[in-house]
Structure formats: C-alpha cells, structure tokens
Ligand binder design. Structure first.
Ligand code: HEM
Length: 479
C-alpha cells in the first residue's frame, strides 16, 4: 500500500497495524463487525485489508451515489482466489470483470435462464419438489403435532430444484438415480460453499500466496473436482440426445450447435455453477429465516393463514403466480429480506477508476463493500427497525432517495441479482404452501434463536426445528 499515492481525502479510518492493516478487526459475522465500526467512524469508512484498500458503505444516501452516478465505475469485481480456481478464472457471471464478456453473459442470462418464459418452463419442477417436501412433512403429523428439522429439508428442496432445472437430477430424497454420485456432488458443493466470501488472507496480503498454504491448495483442488463434475453433466447430456429432457443444459447445448462462439462448454459450466452456488443457499436461508420469524410472531402467522384461506381456499394448493394476490405474504418475505438479507454485504464491488462518494475520494482498484444488513436496520429509515412487522411494506412511503429503493437485498444497478424473480418464486411458493398446509408452533415456550452463524449467506446458527400438524387440505390433497 503506497502511502505516496494515497489520496488525502479518504473516508475516515480506525487505527491500523503494519502489514495486516485492519484485518485484525474482521470478526464473523462481518456485517455486524463492520456495522460497529461504521457506528463509530461514519457511514463511509476506509479500511486496509493487508495491501488492499476497502471502503465500506453503510447508508442509503451513499449507496444511491454508488449505484447511480458511479454505477459503471463500481461495476467491477475484485479478483479473489476463489473466482480464479472455482469461477473459471473470473469468467462466470458473478465474478467476471465489467466488460463485453460480462454483458454477453447477462444477455444470455436475461433471455435463456431468468426470463419469465424460461422460468415458467420449470414451474412444474418447482411445484413437484415443494409437494414432495409437503408430503414428507405429513409422515408423522397427519393427526397431531410432530417435531420436524427444517434447515436440511429446505436446503435439500432448493438444491433439488436447481439440479433438476439444470440437469434433470435429484440429489436428495427419493428417485436419486446414482446414490454415490449424489453423495459425492453434495459433499463437493458443501465444501466449495464453505470456501467462499473473503475468508482467504492471501487475497489481501499477496505474500501469503507466495508460500504454499492450505487455502490455495484446497481451492485449486476443489476447482478441478468441480470442473470434472460439471463437464460430466454436460457430456452425459451431449451423449444422450435422444432422451426427451427439458433441462437448462439441454437447452444451452442446443444453442451451442447454432452459436458455438457464444455457448462454449466453459460458459455452460459457469452458468450451471452459478445456478448451484448463487441460487440455492440464498433462497433456502430466506425460507428458513421467514419460518423462524413466523414461529416467533404467531399473530403474523395467523394473518398470513387467513389471507391464504381467503384468497386460495382450502381445496387447492397455492401456485407460484398466486403470490401476487397475497400482499401480506409478500410483506413477510420483504420483512425477512430486510432483517436477514441472504447476501448481507452484497457481493464485493471494485472501482475501475477514481470516483467520489459523499465528497470523499475513492481511488481506482478499491474494493467496495455495501452493508445492506446495516442499511436495512437504519433507524433514520425504519421505525422500530429490529421488529418484524410485515405491515410496514403494505404502504411503504417512497424513500427520500427516489432513484433507489429503500431495501436492497438483491443489490441495485448493473450488477444487481439477475435471479431475484426465480428466488421470489421459490421462496413465495414454499412459504405459501407451508402455511396453507400446516399449523406451526415452536418446540417450547422459548423463542426461536435468531443468531446468525458463519457463512456468506448468513445462515441461522441453530438449525430450525418446529412442531407442525397437517391442516385438512393435506388430507384432501395428498390422500
Ligand atoms: C433470496 C435469494 C437471493 C438473494 C438475496 C440474492 C442476492 C444477490 C445479491 C445481493 C447480489 C449482488 C449484487 C451486487 O453485486 O451488488 C447477487 C448477485 C447475483 N445473483 Fe443473487 N440472490 C438470490 C438468489 C439468486 C438466484 C436464485 C440466482 C440464480 C439462479 C442468483 C444469481 C445471481 C447472480 C448470477 C449474481 C451476479 C450478478 C452479476 O455480478 O452480474 N441469485 N444476488
């Protein structure tokens, strides 16, 4: 970090140590640690993670400046070792630098993956997976309350949905075609997810990458294994054309035949990778947190159930598109994303040029972290910010910051999440049917523990357990 080129007007900064800079402040969960620092030093702070300059943004007006006038400058991503080894040398949609390649991926994504018509093609798959979960819950709860562990059931649901959309395979539950393949792939992806985030000191202190270290070896080995797994899926589909299948891999392979320059194997592998890594845990933790809030707020659960009974009735299951008729349920989802955003610090951005934010000078190549978690709990924006109140989204007044919404769980600007509508379909359908089909209660008198654990998607530290009892609709539909 060259002091001579350091701008004089950087955002305020806490005292730092030689070489490591502010890395010693970094404790898990990161969003809470950085929130504490921002409370002391201001809504824009500058830190040094080893040799890297990092700016943390923790107020809505500053976020507005970032993603309106500075949106292009901030549309880059830092090159972390994870993206090199797992993310095909920074060429996937999440990790790619801003430029033609990224624009091309977003274009492909908007048309071929995330458009309403492509998502509709898989509505049956998502419905089938949700119904399997509902049936599984009914095993012991048809005639009385039984205890269920929801964390693993929900993450299996979202993983099966992504795998079936991508490759037509289930890796959890019944009808797993190759049990050993499923076991190995689940284990591989679990290990990869645990390596994400800003957990590698070598990303910030380059000399740590010069010596052999555990992270580098592990991430490189996992990257190779993941590539073999993804290539295996593609080859299987390529050699099995006659089998009638409607999966993303088949669709992308058919586009490869007509436009091979855009749809190389590596692009297809990158798309499947992103679907599995960015699209499963995020939705799963959102559903789990939402259910936890409902258990702690039975009056909210009651209102949601009344809304479902009035709008959908007790004879048919809610469908994905019904969620638009359920404003209170939508309020529950927004409120969960406000208090427990699955990407609490968004995804790190990188400045590709010098810029100014709140009159501070931000040099080129600065990593910018946005603390969405802190912004969603800012008392100047939200009344009683820590309370779970879905009503607040019913007549949400427009914020003073007209160019961006008051809540940013999916980010804003060019790099905002392209999978938000898929996420909203999965989360909406799952929650609607869980509420429609079951009575839910806490295991005991004590409130559900809402502490956050380790991991980039802000999981619950204690896996959610609950008591559930089938409502009459379950007898009508599944008997
Ligand atoms: C509740 C669920 C989800 C949440 C809260 C969420 C949140 C986010 C956030 C905050 C970002 C970064 C925005 C930024 O850089 O400022 C992001 C990026 C991204 N998300 Fe999501 N996401 C969710 C679900 C999904 C799903 C289901 C998919 C795909 C199937 C997906 C795919 C992506 C991709 C590809 C990017 C990178 C975009 C880019 O860099 O251009 N996400 N998401």
């Amino acid at each position: 970090f060259n002091l001579r080129t350091r701008p004089t007007n950087l955002p305020p900064s806490p005292p730092s140590l030689p070489i490591i800079g502010h890395l010693h402040y970094i404790k898990i969960p990161l969003h809470r640690t950085l929130h504490k620092l921002s409370a002391k030093y201001g809504p824009l702070i500058s830190l040094r993670f080893g040799s890297r300059l990092v700016v943390v943004v923790s107020s809505l007006p500053a976020v507005e400046e970032c993603f309106t006038k500075n949106d292009i400058v901030l549309a880059n991503r830092p090159r972390l070792l994870f993206g090199k080894h797992i993310g095909y040398n920074h060429t996937t949609m999440v990790g790619s630098p801003y430029g033609d390649h990224w624009r091309n991926l977003r274009r492909i994504g908007a048309i071929e993956i995330f458009s309403a018509s492509r998502l509709n093609k898989f509505a049956g798959t998502r419905k089938d997976e949700v119904e399997r979960l509902l049936k599984k819950l009914s095993r012991n709860s048809m005639h009385g309350y039984s205890k269920v562990e929801m964390q693993s059931s929900i993450s299996e649901l979202t993983f099966n949905i992504s795998m079936r959309m991508a490759a037509g395979k289930r890796y959890f539950g019944d009808e797993v075609r190759d049990v050993e393949e499923a076991r190995q792939s689940r284990e591989l992806i679990k290990q990869i997810v645990s390596m994400g985030g800003v957990s590698n000191p070598g990303d910030f202190i380059p000399m740590m990458n010069w010596v052999p270290n555990g992270y580098k070896r592990k991430v490189s080995r996992l990257g190779k294994r993941m590539d073999r797994f993804l290539q295996g899926l593609i080859d299987e589909h390529r050699s099995n054309k006659e089998e009638e299948r409607n999966t993303m891999i088949d669709h992308l392979l058919s586009l490869q035949e007509t436009e091979p320059e855009y749809y190389g194997d590596e692009i297809i592998k990158g798309i499947v990778l992103v679907l599995l890594l960015a699209g499963t845990d995020t939705s799963a933790v959102t559903i789990e947190w939402a259910l936890a809030h409902l258990l702690n707020n039975p009056e909210v659960l009651k209102k949601a159930r009344e809304e479902l009974d009035n709008q959908i009735g007790e004879k048919q299951l809610a469908e994905e598109l019904d969620v638009s008729k359920l404003p209170y349920l939508q309020g529950i989802i927004y409120e969960t994303l406000r208090l427990n955003p699955a990407a609490p610090m968004l995804v790190p951005h990188l400045t590709s040029n010098n810029c100014t934010i709140s009159e501070y000078e931000i040099p080129r190549d600065t990593i910018v972290l946005v603390n969405a978690w802190a912004i969603h709990r800012d008392p100047s924006q939200w009344e009683e910010p820590t309370l779970f109140k879905p009503e607040r989204h019913q007549n949400l007044e427009s914020s003073d910051h007209h160019q961006i919404p008051k809540m940013i769980p999916f980010g804003v600007g060019r790099r905002a999440c392209p999978g938000s509508s898929m996420a909203q379909r999965v989360v909406g359908l799952t929650l609607a049917t869980l509420i429609q089909c079951y009575e839910w209660e806490r295991i005991g008198e004590e409130k559900v523990d809402m502490t956050e654990g380790r991991g980039v998607t802000m999981p619950k530290v204690v896996p959610l357990e609950a008591m559930c009892k089938a409502r009459p609709i379950v007898h009508n539909i599944f008997n």
